[in-house]
Each structure stands twice: as structure tokens, then as C-alpha cells.
Design a protein around this ligand. Structure first.
Ligand code: GNR
Ligand code: NI
Length: 171
């Protein structure tokens, strides 16, 4: 299977709102395999389908430490149905905004409804890094990037840097 590239800023597809999956069929299962391949290769702890250019509401996550066995998790059509008042701050990064890291404050806990890779409805109560990662990935499904949670000054600075890099690469 060919390794699919992860799209980066300023690619406009990152701003698309992804479409719900209506049936977990062979094409969705193939997309999930390609997402894990790209995510593990990067490496990253999460990926949204749009990061491969596919505007579908599919998320992969693996929070296992390097020396532990893989723990792949799939979330199809994930939806936050509850979030805590309590917040948590975590230094985030994004494979679509390489080598930029900044602290983001989000709800500390979330309840997320989703379909698993068999298409069965599930619900998870997430806290810690899983809560942060799920919110980061669900943002991607809505065309939102973690830099949108920063000050306009910081966000504009990052966007400009990547726009400039793209112009340079084009020559
Ligand atoms: O690999 C990733 N690490 C990460 C760290 C803190 C908060 C969120 C993330 S997700 C990111 C991979 C990615 O870009 N997913 O969309
Ligand atoms: Ni990301």
C-alpha cells in the first residue's frame, strides 16, 4: 500500500467541513488503513481523514508509548455530547503544521459518541491526552486547526510563515 502524504498549511482543504460516513464499507476500511500507515510513519498520535485530503468524518488515534504494543483506535462520525467546565492546558502540535507547538486550553473531559470500525455505535468518556486529542481531531473534521485557539497575532504569524514557505518552494 502506498504511503499517502499528509497535507500541510496553507492547503485550503484543511478548512473543509468533512462529510459524515453513511456506511462503513470497504472504501472506508481502506481509508482507515491508509490513515494508520501515515500516522505511524509521521509519527503522530492522531489523524483526521482530511489530513490525507479526504473530507470524511474519520479519526484514528494511538496513544501507546513507543515501547508498548500498538493501541489503534478508530472514531467514525465522532460527536462531543458533553464537556467538563474544568479546563486543561496541553502543548499541542499538528502534522499539518509541522514543527510548531503551542499551549492550548480545552475542556479537561469530554463524552464522545461515535461509530467503531464495525459501524457499531459507541460512547467514550475521555480525559487527559485522549480528551485533548479527540477535540483536536474533531476540530479538523470541522475545518478548525489548533492555531485557531491561539491569539490572532500568533495565528497570523504561523499562517504567514507557511504561506511564505509555500511560495519559496514554488520558486
Ligand atoms: O501527533 C500529534 N500530536 C498531538 C499533540 C498534542 C495535541 C494534539 C496532537 S494531534 C497530532 C497529530 C495531528 O495533527 N492530528 O491531527
Ligand atoms: Ni492535527
Amino acid at each position: 500500500m502506498a504511503l499517502r502524504p499528509i497535507i500541510v498549511l496553507p492547503d485550503k482543504r484543511l478548512r473543509l467541513v468533512s462529510e459524515p460516513v453513511t456506511r462503513v464499507d470497504a472504501s472506508v476500511r481502506k481509508l482507515i488503513e491508509e490513515m494508520f500507515e501515515a500516522m505511524y510513519d509521521a509519527p503522530g498520535i492522531g489523524l483526521a481523514a482530511i489530513q490525507l485530503g479526504e473530507p470524511k468524518r474519520v479519526v484514528t488515534i494511538d496513544l501507546a508509548r513507543k515501547d508498548d504494543p500498538p493501541a489503534p483506535q478508530v472514531f467514525i462520525n465522532p460527536e462531543i455530547v458533553w464537556f467538563s467546565e474544568e479546563k486543561r492546558t496541553y502543548e499541542e502540535g499538528c502534522l499539518s503544521i509541522p514543527e510548531y507547538y503551542e499551549e492550548v486550553e480545552r475542556p479537561a473531559e469530554v463524552k464522545v459518541k461515535y461509530l467503531d470500525r464495525e459501524g457499531n455505535p459507541q460512547e467514550v468518556h475521555a480525559e487527559g491526552i485522549l480528551a485533548t486529542c479527540l477535540q483536536h481531531e474533531i476540530d479538523h473534521l470541522n475545518g478548525i486547526l489548533f492555531i485557531d485557539h491561539l491569539s490572532k497575532l500568533k495565528r497570523d504569524r504561523v499562517i504567514k510563515k507557511f504561506a511564505k514557505a509555500a511560495r519559496r518552494a514554488e520558486g
